[in-house]
Design a binder for this molecule. Structure first.
Ligand SMILES: [Zn+2]
Length: 183
């Protein structure tokens, strides 16, 4: 399986600072069961502006993708999330919703767990009930166990436009579940 081929790279004028320091990059991914997906990303060396777009070339339409993380190797599954997608991890009581400020991102399970950990730590800080704090601390402990490969976690991505996906580690493509949905 292909982990992404860069098909086009260029340096252009940055829309934010106006300098010719904007690195543009187009990468095509061959995703198991989903076909080709193109990721357009740009990054300005001068001002730090970043933007990313994800476009699925085939099999458009709403879908729900899930992958069960069972051991240390699964931590390297890649998660590509378009701004329209909701990510759920039921074992951690977590839902990351799309919103006007939602950004596309590419990460792996470890990176996703770090985002969730930050959100839970913030919730603990703002929480006024002991019950909520206790639950939060239990989730933080669970995240450690998931990253050590001792606990399972189900990563669910629901994207009404079908531009988000998960790339399992090599040889584990069969573990990916895809359901097509009507929105
Ligand atoms: Zn710039």
């Amino acid at each position: 399986m292909n982990y992404g081929t860069s098909v086009h790279e260029s340096i252009e004028k940055c829309p934010v600072c106006g300098l010719n320091k904007l690195h543009k990059n187009e990468v095509i991914y061959d995703v198991p069961l989903l076909g080709q997906v193109v990721i357009f990303s740009c990054y300005c060396e001068a001002c730090g502006y970043r933007h990313m777009d994800i476009v699925s070339m085939e099999l458009k339409g709403g879908r729900r993708i899930s992958y069960v993380v069972e051991d240390e190797e699964d931590i390297y599954a890649k998660i590509v999330r378009a701004p329209t997608a909701t990510i759920k991890v039921p074992e951690l009581g977590t839902t990351i919703r799309p919103g006007p400020a939602a950004q596309a991102f590419i990460t792996n399970v470890e990176g996703l767990m770090e985002r969730i950990r930050d959100a839970i730590e913030m919730a603990i800080r703002w929480s006024e009930s002991d019950e909520e704090k206790k639950q939060g601390l239990a989730y933080l402990k669970k995240i450690e166990e998931i990253l050590n490969g001792n606990e399972k976690a189900t990563i669910i991505i629901e994207d009404p436009l079908g531009n988000s996906f998960i790339i399992p580690p090599k040889g584990r493509e069969k573990k990916l579940k895809i359901e097509y949905m009507e929105y």
